[in-house]
Structures are given as C-alpha cells and as structure tokens.
Design a protein around this ligand. Sequence first.
Ligand SMILES: [Zn+2]
Length: 383
Amino acid sequence: MTERLYYLDSHIKSFEARVLACEEKKGAFEVILDKTAFFPEGGGQLGDVGFIGGVRVTDTRERSEDVVHFCESPLTVGETVKCELDWDIRFCRMQNHSGEHIISGIVHAMFGYDNVGFHMGSEDITVDYNGYIEPQDLRKIEARANRAVCENLDIRADFPSAEELETLFYRSKLELTENVRIVTVGDGLDVCACCAPHVKKTGEIGIIKLLDAIHYKGGIRIHLLCGFDALRDYHKRYEQVKTLANSLSVKQDEACEAVERRLDEFAQLRFKYTKLKNELLDSKIAAIAPTEGNVCIFEDEGDYELLRKLADAVADRCGGICAVFGDNGHGYNYVMVSRHVDLRAASKQINSALSGRGGGSPAMIQGMASCDRETAEKYFSEV
Ligand SMILES: [Zn+2]
C-alpha cells in the first residue's frame, strides 16, 4: 500500500521514497514506491508527471491500494530515490480543479443543478450540469466565483467519520460511508467528495473565467479556465485581436465592427461580381456563331458550374457537341452538352482521345482531360 503524501500536503513538489517494485509492461516501467506525492488519475484530474531518480514519469495511475508510476527507464528495487513532480503542470491542474469546485458549488446553491460530467482536456476544462443556465446568470456565477478568489478562502480536505457524513450535505454524494474525502471551500461555499489534490487558498486559483457554454443533454456544458491557463488563453486571444486589428488598421476594440463592415462590403462586391460574370457569359454566348458542327471553348477557370452554364447555352446553337474546357492548374475540367449526339455512348471514345476520364447522361458528360489544347481542338474539328 503506497502512502499518499498528496493527502498530507497538496504542495509537496519533491520528496524521497524507496522503490518497492519495478516491472516492464508494454514498453513502460511500472514503478511502485513506499510513498508518493504523485497524484494518480482520478476525480476528473489527470495523473501527475515528473521525475523519479532522474527517470521521466509519463503518467500515474491507481491500482487497488498502490500508486503506479509509468516510467521511461527502469529503477532499482530497494533504492531510495529523489522524486520530483512537474509542478507547473500539477499546479495548473489544481487551479482549474479548485476553480471548478467553486463554480459547481455556486451553481448548486443558485439552481440546485448537479455536476454530471467533468473533463480536464489539453485546451480547457468542461463541466456538464443537469439544467440550463442563461448567459446573464453565467456572468453572475463567474463574478461570485472571482469574489471568492479575492476573499482568499481556505480550502480544506478531510475524511469525516461515518456519523459526521450522515449529517453532512455534500456534492458528489457517494454510497461509501468510510474513507470519503471531503473538500470544503471557505465556510461551505462548496462541499464536495473528491479524491484530487487542491490548492490551499482560493487566492492561489487566480482568475476563474467561463468561456463557451452550450446546450448539452438537456442541461449545459460550460468550458472554463483558471489561473495560469486562463492567462495563457488571454494572451493567445489578445494576440489574435491585436493581429486582426492591425491588419484592419483599426483600434482593437473596433475590430469586430471593422470585420462586419468588411464582410458587408465583400457581400456587395460578390453580388456585383456575379452580375458582371453573368453578363460576360451572356455576351460570350452571343458572340458564338451558330454551327452545324462541334464547338470547342476554353476558359481560364475550371469551375464546373460556369462550364455547365456555358456548354448548355451554346449547345442550342450547334448541331454537334459543345465542349467547354476550364483550366484546373494541371489539365482541364470539361463539360460537354449535345442536343443531337448520345454523349454517354460517345464518352469512352472522347475520353480516350483526350486522355481524360468522366461520364454522365446522354445529353451531358463532365470530367477531366490531361491532353493539350491543340489535341482537343483538333479532335472536335474532325469528329
Ligand atoms: Zn473534484
């Protein structure tokens, strides 16, 4: 049974311990110590990483009464080794997790909703509640949580007796009556059963920032970040807004308005562009003299919709096949329309002559050709 130092003090960053076992399994060395401050994954919080005897620990998990450290190299059984947590990672996790407890405590007090899902991801953490919360209420919850940070309240963790548990109200109520670890924020701002290490004072959490919130399984899923992770997120977003504002040559707090204006202008330009493009297409069609034979047209772009429109309109003025080719950068996209020739029947011969592939209906085929322009023009002038 591993002695859990993280229960005694959540702020132990380094310690010495004796190696009790080391076994190689699936490329990792599973190490068990007589005591550890490495927290094994649980309560939604990931397992700690760090170093044991200079060897990297990539994960920590619980296995019955033991804590298993997954190491990159073997350690000698019986030796006493120096152990060190990756404190930056662990502290950020505690900031996020303690912040989540505060939010969940406030949500429960205000609405009676339970935390029914908690996930600490690499980007942010998510909490699911079994009821929906309006955006204006989320702002109130966020403000209350940050006030609790400023009040620098104590966060305690203890194991109450079975009798005490009977009368205690706490979230995440368990069927168990012994060894239930209760984490309490302040004077009952939140009381919750939880096995993970937490910061000792709410002031250590830093800012608690609610991010996106979506309707989820009849309730709500809230994304949030606390402390240094929230600071990193702020930095990332700040840089994005700064870059955006600079590229639009506006002040940062005018960036959204400027984007809306640009999108408006873009929509108007697109409308004008489409109109002009159609007019150009009409005049192109009008300039093509009616013929009893085939027509072969080349366009600069491979947009199938444009090729189809052109081929369909010109097909009315030709007695053979109207073939329209559009440059696609490495050959041609093509659309062929005919009112007189069965194109589906002819497609095999056409594709073989044009080094192409494609097909369609008797009235229209489309595909790609890798021949040069001369070959295509020659083919349609002779067929
Ligand atoms: Zn927890």
